[in-house]
Design a protein around this ligand. Structure first.
Ligand code: GLA
Length: 720
């Protein structure tokens, strides 16, 4: 809901309120963001706002620094990190933004060329005008009445005739009072993506960012800003998340006045965008999620929002294929003879789709050559893809294929014909990573070329699944086709090129399911989810490490977005051995599949795989539709436990794991969460029936297992 009397704007979602007002001198003041307030509270909020409003003689005033704002400006008495910086033709970068107009319309804001919220109830658009230039800033606030997510972005417009240089243009600025907050960030590296780390926000600037051209393994474009006392289950926090897959920054600045300013958007390091007269720059959307039920409630609100409004509705709640992927089974070393038995066994074990990973194209027997040559290597795969596809079909399986569209190897036909397609700065030795270079996706002709090659394969073959990988960070950031004054646009233009290709491929092949991937989970973000309903969570598939990776990822992504596979033991990445049941149970908390040579399993293992797959198909509805309750944190305890509960609370699925056994660690209880206290639930594995209240308050004894042993409980509400 959006209410206004022309000077105060009150936005309301499911449980939050957000208030802004236009001061008499035209400045836009942030009044409030938190639990729901009503129209009758606006007088109180305005009176509180009076204490931070700048005085009437604004030319005398240095008070902008203390005014909670909606979009900070630069070099005019606001000494925070600016939200945007734009430079006039005479070099002056001073700005002072004042309210010009507003409008409220149905639906979501227009975000051309970038992933965005697909549907919403209402949008408030406020236009600000710079006192010293022809720049206008449009601030968009999109609300959904049944959600705790408020969507924001900004559009920078040059309303004059002379070009303006934009050096920074963040998507939003949010000021919260009482500066003592903690920040949860999702930090990591390859194989240890998205580990939650919480620390008090200190004075000065705290900055989360990626400069890698992708949202990155190292820092996810998400943070939870938590009020004192906020825990997983209670207290207030604000989730801040970008719908963006490129180099980003999110900053939190605690300044002398007891105020915390949070901002974020396209990374401004090295950024510069020329806006000619009449042009505009649209910034990525940011999702602001309010929770008064701790980080757990925040995650559930975000997961619901992403499924309802960002992920393609055709796939968001649809059962996902259970895949077997051949990467860890064969790596590059395969031919039909090696793949047929995997396909045949997959069919026997109830698996739906066979995905052929890296190595099927060009000359690609290792990672030194071939990327860019998207045609079948018939020496390796006799009869081409059709032989494999026919084999799949004859066994009732669908077929999926791996691509790495953005990359090229120097040893490839594509590179030999078009060396200029690769990003190589003039006279600068390109940094190599995994023996590959990045294609210059700022160039439409390069994107067109890759589109043509990939769409040919998809059009000519019966392919139902694509795994889109991206295996290195971007360096050099230079396009030979951009003029010198536009080189600062490179990183953002690159990701726009990626989105363009994704938009065209998913549009042309709506029945193909696209899975995202970036050397494991290096581009796992809300922008990527717009095109890829699920993303490979990590290259590490170890049955214990995955509890941590998936726990962290679930902070701001739904379970159904996380591709989770069962692989062999000893695990290829950690060398650890965990029971097959454990690997299956942990992988069942996501979009499930296998990553091993099924034909090498013993008969006993096969029957376990059959059972694990059957169990997954049975609980998949909960993974797609349900709400996650994180119960025991594997980062701080020797156990892991999570429960997924159906929206109507009639069903739940619990997965637990014991890490290392602790001697004499008897009588430990797990307290379930998210159940209806008044319902009676039958627990299939335990043969008991108890009220939701008892299961949450009295708890259940943690099962005794060996190291890395897991358990699952299926709960169903029964008549009392
Ligand atoms: C990346 C992916 C893997 C696999 C390989 C292939 O590392 O994360 O799953 O596809 O590339 O080269």
């Amino acid at each position: 809901m959006i209410y206004t009397d022309g000077s105060v704007f009150l936005l309301q979602g499911r449980t939050y309120g957000y208030a802004i007002r236009v001061l008499g001198n035209g400045f836009l003041q942030h009044l409030y963001y938190g639990g729901k307030v009503s129209r009758c509270d606006l007088g109180l909020l305005a009176a509180m706002g009076d204490t931070t409003a700048p005085g009437d003689d604004i030319n005398m005033d240095m008070a902008f620094d203390g005014m909670p704002g909606e979009y900070g400006f630069f070099a005019h008495g606001d000494f925070h990190d600016p939200t945007a910086v734009f430079v006039r033709s005479d070099g002056a970068a001073v700005s002072r933004l004042r309210y010009k107009s507003y409008r409220i319309y149905d639906g979501t804001a227009r975000v051309v060329g970038m992933p965005h919220v697909r549907k919403a109830d209402k949008t408030l658009e406020i236009t600000l005008k710079d006192d010293f230039s022809d720049v206008e800033i449009l601030l968009n606030y999109t609300v959904c009445d049944d959600s705790d997510v408020l969507v924001r972005n900004a559009v920078v417009k040059n309303m004059g005739k002379i070009a303006v240089g934009v050096k920074k243009a963040f998507s939003f600025c949010l000021d919260l009072p009482n500066g003592e907050y903690s920040m949860m960030r999702l930090a990591g590296t390859w194989g240890r993506e998205r580990c939650p780390e919480t620390a008090p926000i200190a004075h000065g600037i705290t900055r989360l960012q990626s400069l890698r051209g992708a949202s990155s393994h190292q820092t996810n474009p998400f943070t939870a800003v938590m009020r004192p006392g906020c825990t997983e289950e209670s207290g207030e926090c604000f989730g801040i998340q970008l719908v963006y897959s490129g180099s980003f920054a999110i900053t939190a600045e605690w300044s002398r006045n007891a105020q915390l300013r949070i901002q974020g958007g396209i990374n401004d390091v090295g950024f510069e965008w020329t806006l000619n007269g009449g042009e505009e720059l649209v910034t990525p959307q940011a999702l602001l999620t309010y929770s008064c039920g701790g980080t757990g409630e925040m995650s559930r609100s975000i997961a619901r929002f992403l499924r309802d409004r960002i992920i393609d509705p055709k796939y968001a709640y649809s059962p996902r294929p259970v895949v077997v992927n051949n990467w860890e089974a064969t790596y590059f070393d395969f031919d039909n003879e090696k793949l047929f038995p995997i396909i045949d066994t997959a069919a026997e074990l109830g698996i739906d789709t066979f995905v052929l990973d890296d190595g099927w194209f060009g000359k690609r027997d290792d990672d030194r050559s071939g990327l860019g040559d998207w045609f079948v290597n018939e020496k390796k795969l006799k009869g081409g893809l059709n032989t494999l596809i026919d084999r799949c079909k004859s066994r009732g399986l669908k077929f999926g294929l791996w691509f790495e569209p953005e990359m090229v190897c120097e040893d490839s036909d594509l590179y030999r014909a078009h060396p200029d397609y690769a990003i190589t700065a003039n006279g600068v030795q390109p940094a190599r990573s995994r023996n590959q270079l990045v294609l210059d996706f700022t160039r439409k002709d390069v994107v067109d070329r890759i589109y043509t090659a990939i769409s040919k394969i998809l059009a000519e073959n019966d392919i139902s699944y694509v795994k889109w990988d991206m295996n290195r960070s971007i360096t050099e950031c230079y396009s030979s086709k951009l003029p010198p004054e536009r080189q600062g646009e490179f990183m953002h233009r690159y990701i726009l090129g990626v989105y363009d290709l994704a938009e065209r491929l998913t549009g042309a092949f709506p029945d193909v399911f696209f899975e995202g991937c970036a050397g494991g989970g290096g581009r796992f973000d809300a922008g990527a989810l717009y095109y890829f309903p699920q993303i490979w969570t990590s290259d590490v598939t170890d049955g214990y490490e995955r509890t941590k990776i998936q726990w962290g990822t679930s902070m701001c992504y739904p379970l159904s977005a996380m591709s989770c596979h069962v692989s062999v033991c000893p695990n290829h990445q950690t060398g650890r051995t965990t029971p097959l049941f454990t690997r299956g149970a942990v992988a069942s908390l996501g979009a499930f599949g296998y990553e091993l040579d099924l034909s090498k399993l013993t008969e006993e293992e096969k029957s376990q795989v059959r059972e694990i797959t059957r169990n997954y198909k049975r609980i998949q509805r909960l993974i797609l539709d349900g709400d996650l309750y994180r119960i025991i944190d594997p980062f701080t305890r020797d156990y892991f436990c999570e429960a997924v509960v159906s929206a109507d609370k009639t069903e739940a699925y619990v997965v637990g794991e014991r890490v290392l056994c602790i001697p004499c660690d008897y009588n430990r209880y797990v307290y379930l969460r998210g159940l209806d206290p008044d319902k009676v639930y039958e627990i299939e594995e335990l043969g008991v029936a108890s009220s939701g209240a008892a299961l949450m308050n009295v708890g259940l004894l943690l099962p005794k297992t060996a190291d890395f042993g897991a358990w699952t409980w299926h709960l169903k509400a029964v008549e009392k």
